[in-house]
Design a protein around this ligand. Structure first.
Ligand SMILES: CC(C)C[C@H](N)C(=O)NCC(=O)O
Length: 471
């Protein structure tokens, strides 16, 4: 039985507070110094614990305006080097999505605040607390003067939220060195489906697009010029409206045809999962969903593609009534993709389609379509001993069987880990179903943070029991 006593709870919460206080937003180039500070903080912590730590330089990022910017270094660490033991590699990230109080947060997003057992702050669940929980799991063995049952490696990055730039190349470069003795890769960058713990065996990929429409050389007064110019925003809204129908059908030719059909076994698995649709509706504050039965809803959450429109750069969005015709507007939208879709093919399908739709408008404006992220989906074999070990550890800590679930979001590097290293991966989430990732009031509950840490302690032990032949 793992009790709270094996964890220094004061330190556990203070560390999360310190990490959340660092505004490590990877999508905002102005925040890059904070991101560098975050990576150094992680490295220092692992070094203080006695790990063999490296801050790996992964080069520069090219920005849309052609300038370059140093990428945050990747932290690698190793605890234990006993060839008679398995070696696990824990992957996580410590960059976050943007957050501002004025977006509608009830508390300062970078000041971890506890309310009713929940710890609110940007990155609390995605992915700072889970990374810390793994660190605390190693610390617990150290505090008890117990040898780690497996060798533990860490790969912690700072660009996950924007597509893990530079990490693919680093994994390829270190395939025969850092990764050569790794047996299994563990990722805890996702959440449960309900209050029941879960093991995740699939993620969707993500193709992220910019569609820019450029017209007049500068913004214009809509009273003085309106009615005489063909407005870029009207063109853009027109073409965006052709991506997906109101009932959720993707209208881009070729996309739906590429999706692997849902098997009877999958249908049965989804049918057996306990999932309360009313609770889901309440959680997100809607009274109607796209699908009214559970299997359709889960399937469209996890294993069918979808299009989301995120925003329009250059559009007037402040409070007030500015009467402007924007000269250049750039839509940001993404397509979550699934097996057997291929990002390179999606890029061509979307680009060709938008240009053909735009051509029909006979507009003199210029359209430019670029795909800025092309992350592949990932799928695991739930019969692998890693999953069996996961079920045992969950039973031990939570005294219940886990849900076996997929994830609608994307962990860009999962597929690269699998393809390049050839190692098996498990996703073992500890985030709650209602943590509000990427949204206002993101949180991690005390319960999930602490019991999740206990789960990781137990899981390391279970993995050590896996027979040598299973890779
Ligand atoms: C729930 C996701 C898998 C969490 C992950 N950290 C993430 O946000 N990835 C980027 C994405 O847009 O899905």
């Amino acid at each position: 039985k793992i009790t709270d006593n094996v964890l220094d709870l004061g330190c556990v919460f203070q560390m999360l507070r310190d990490w959340v206080a660092i505004e490590s937003d990877s999508s905002n180039v102005q925040k890059r110094p904070e991101l560098h500070r975050m990576m150094e903080t992680v490295a220092q912590k692992l070094q203080l614990m006695g790990g063999t730590v490296q801050l790996v330089d992964i080069g520069e990022q090219e920005l849309p305006d052609g300038q370059t910017l140093e990428l945050p270094k990747v932290v690698t660490a190793q605890f234990g080097n006993d060839s008679s033991k398995h070696t696990v590699c824990i992957y996580g990230h410590v960059d976050v999505q943007p957050a501002k109080l004025e977006d509608g947060w009830a508390t300062d997003p970078y000041n971890l605040t506890e309310i009713n057992g929940n710890l609110y702050g940007r990155g609390a669940s995605d992915n700072k607390a889970p990374v810390l929980a793994w660190i605390h799991a190693v610390e617990a063995y150290q505090a008890l003067s117990m040898d780690l049952p497996v060798n533990v490696k860490f790969v912690i990055e700072g660009m996950e939220e924007t597509g893990s730039n530079g990490l693919d190349a680093m994994i390829m470069a270190q395939r025969d060195t850092f990764f050569s003795e790794v047996d299994y890769i563990i990722i805890s960058d996702c959440g449960w489906l309900s209050r029941r713990p879960a093991l995740t065996y699939g993620t969707r990929g993500n193709c992220y697009f910019f569609a820019e429409v450029e017209g007049p050389k500068q913004d214009l007064h809509s009273g003085v010029y309106g009615g005489t110019v063909i407005e870029p925003m009207t063109d853009l809204i027109g073409i965006l409206d052709t991506l997906i129908s109101p009932s959720g059908k993707i209208l881009i030719p070729g996309i739906r045809e590429a999706v692997a059909p849902l098997s009877d076994e999958e249908w049965k698995m989804y049918q057996d999962i306990q999932f309360d649709m009313d609770n889901y509706k309440n959680k997100i504050g809607v009274n109607q969903l796209m699908y009214s039965n559970k299997v359709d809803l889960l399937a469209h959450m996890w294993r069918y593609p979808t299009v989301s429109i995120h925003g329009i750069e250059g559009a007037f969005s402040d409070p007030g009534t500015k009467t402007v015709i924007p000269a250049k507007v750039t839509a940001k939208f993404s397509i979550r993709q699934v097996p057997d879709m291929d990002p390179a093919m999606v890029k061509k399908q979307v680009t060709d389609y938008l240009h053909s739709v735009f051509a029909k408008r006979k507009s003199p404006n210029k359209l430019k379509v670029t795909m800025v992220i092309g992350a592949k989906p990932w799928l695991a074999d739930t019969h692998h001993p890693l999953y069996e070990a996961g079920k045992v550890a969950i039973k031990r800590v939570f005294n219940m069987d886990p849900d076996l679930i997929r994830e609608g979001g994307t962990i860009p590097i999962a597929r690269t880990f699998q393809d390049v290293t050839g190692k098996s991966i498990i996703m073992m989430p500890i985030g709650g179903f209602d943590d509000g990732l990427h949204s206002q009031n993101e949180k991690m509950s005390r319960y999930n943070y602490i019991e999740g840490t206990k789960l990781f302690i137990a899981y390391l032990n279970e993995v050590s029991q896996i027979k040598r032949t299973s890779v």
